[in-house]
Ligand binder design. Structure first.
Ligand SMILES: Cc1cc2nc3c(=O)[nH]c(=O)nc-3n(C[C@H](O)[C@H](O)[C@H](O)COP(=O)(O)OP(=O)(O)OC[C@H]3O[C@@H](n4cnc5c(N)ncnc54)[C@H](O)[C@@H]3O)c2cc1C
Length: 481
């Protein structure tokens, strides 16, 4: 028989302590959603079942005890750290869930410059870790726009990627080792070594699991030398996205690794760079690192762009200024909330990836279908912000005004139909429906299409590690009934 709310919280207090188990109704309400439903949240509309409690364990052993209790009693667990998720990963999909918040496990365990790695507990904010490293002329190289908010556990759990990824890679390229806990309470430590070939690389069971397989309590990442004073900023305006993709490709396939390589379409460029974009696309490169590398990379990019007549350079200071204000500032949240409440104009995004041969077609088909099928958008644009040897990503950005339709239609009239077009066209063409925000609870409809015949492997992992299905129900895997 399932336990009621009082029985769950009573037992949690016995396992942890009074102060670590929060049942304040306001906290429970706010903990039932993430930023996917921020329009609703900002308007005080909460329709997801509220959790029974939010708990704050102090160490892996306490997480283990909470998971064991939940597993034995079939209670849904939603892991969280920085709470910057955007795809519904933090939504409590069923009644009486336990939100396990790792943010009190917030010690930087070790900075090891000789072996070029740093170990942090899951609740260490990336900004805190990176600031400590930068004070010693090192960096994680990880720089998602949510850097001030996001914490190490969530960053690994979502397979996050930062704005400097073309040089440093995504989090999957940075994680050296981890400590992870499974629903049966088992604590696994994956050791820190430069490479391993002893069977499959099991780090990837945790990286990107979105709290659906395991809870991450500690992470070791690579660190890099940091030379910000050497940065070179390059910017261009050009007429066509197709040309921009060609230039990005040429830079990547010739082996150059700028830290930033971005291409904005005219609408998105107008939003960010109206002072110089003049209705055109904007292409940006930043090169960073040791000076000879930076100079050689910048020179090669100049030579490549010069071959494309439509590509016109802009003042580097414009790019530097933009870059220095790129990260989201938590103090913007109140302003964002006020603006949404006052204007009912809201921005959402969907990010995908595809090979070079597919990306421009996906961009064009999605833009055309969205323009034709979704009325009244106040802005529709897109940019590529992460490039690879074999392809790149696209980050679609759309604003809509929900003045006439309210919270329900925010999702049903705008956000989900737009997402559906982007996801379906991307999968049909052969790309991936998720570049970095995770599947969350709002792309699960397409998870089997995304994986095709390899879905067997993913589902088998879920069944093996979480046989009772208590880990973040509805995330990555749709709720079956
Ligand atoms: C303004 C803004 C900008 C953003 N920019 C970027 C960007 O540039 N790049 C990018 O990749 N993402 C970006 N994101 C998305 C988000 O910041 C990332 O997904 C981030 O990695 C989430 O980390 P978090 O600590 O906030 O995790 P949370 O939001 O707390 O959780 C995210 C997911 O991970 C799971 N999870 C959290 N902690 C754990 C844990 N310890 N163990 C197991 N599972 C866990 C949760 O259940 C949830 O499914 C942005 C979000 C915002 C709001």
């Amino acid at each position: 028989m399932s336990l009621n709310k009082e029985e769950i919280t009573g037992r949690l207090v016995e396992i942890l302590s009074d102060e670590q188990v929060i049942t304040d109704p306001d906290v429970l309400r706010e903990s039932s959603i993430d930023r996917f439903l921020r329009y609703e949240g900002f308007h005080g509309v909460f329709r997801k079942p509220f959790p029974a409690a939010v708990v704050y364990p102090h160490n892996a052993q306490e997480v283990s005890e909470v998971l064991k209790f939940a597993n034995q009693n079939g209670i849904n667990v939603v892991p969280r750290t920085g709470q910057s998720a955007t795809e519904g990963g933090l939504e409590t999909a069923v009644e009486n869930s336990i939100v396990v918040d790792g943010s009190k496990m917030n010690k930087v365990v070790k900075i090891d410059p000789y072996n070029m790695q740093a170990t942090a507990q899951c609740g260490v904010s990336l900004e805190v870790l990176d600031d400590q490293l930068r004070a010693q002329r090192y960096t994680t190289g990880h720089s998602p726009q949510s850097k001030p908010l996001a914490q190490m556990g969530g960053l690994v759990a979502t397979r996050s990627i930062g704005q400097l990824s073309t040089l440093y890679g995504g989090i999957e390229d940075m994680v050296v080792g981890l400590e992870v806990l499974f629903p049966n309470g088992h604590i696994s430590r994956i050791k820190n070594v430069p490479r391993r070939a002893a069977g499959p690389d099991i780090r990837h069971i945790a990286i990107g699991n979105e709290g659906a397989f395991c809870f991450i309590t500690e992470v070791t990442v690579k660190i890099f030398k940091h030379f910000p004073e050497n940065n070179v900023y390059l910017g261009y305006v050009l007429d066509h996205m197709k040309t921009g993709f060609e230039i990005l490709r040429e830079v990547m396939v010739n082996g150059y690794r700028p830290s930033v390589a971005r291409l904005y379409d005219p609408e998105d460029a107008e939003y960010h760079f109206s002072h110089f974009s003049d209705g055109k696309c904007v292409l940006i490169f930043i090169t960073e690192g040791d000076k000879p590398l930076v100079d050689a990379t910048a020179q090669a990019i100049r030579e490549i762009t010069e071959k494309y007549g439509e590509c016109v350079p802009v003042e580097p200071k414009l790019i530097q200024r933009w870059f220095e204000n790129l990260n989201w500032d938590p103090s913007d949240l109140e302003e964002e909330k006020r603006e949404i409440i006052e204007t009912n104009n809201i921005c959402n995004t969907t990010e995908i990836s595809a090979n070079w041969s597919l990306i421009n077609d996906i961009y064009e088909v999605c833009m055309e279908r969205i323009r034709n099928e979704i009325p009244d958008l106040t802005l529709l644009g897109g940019h590529s912000s992460h490039s690879y040897l074999n392809g790149t990503n696209l980050y679609f950005v759309y604003f809509y005004n929900v003045m006439n339709c309210g919270a329900d239609e925010e999702i049903s009239k705008y956000h989900m139909p737009i997402k559906k077009i982007i996801v379906e066209e991307t999968i049909k063409a052969g790309g991936s429906m998720c570049h970095h925000h995770g599947v969350g609870k709002h792309r699960t409809n397409w998870i089997e299409d995304e994986y095709g015949s390899s879905y067997y492997m993913l589902k088998t992992l879920k069944d093996a590690f979480d046989p009772n299905g208590i880990m973040n129900k509805g995330t990555i895997f749709p709720i079956e009934d």
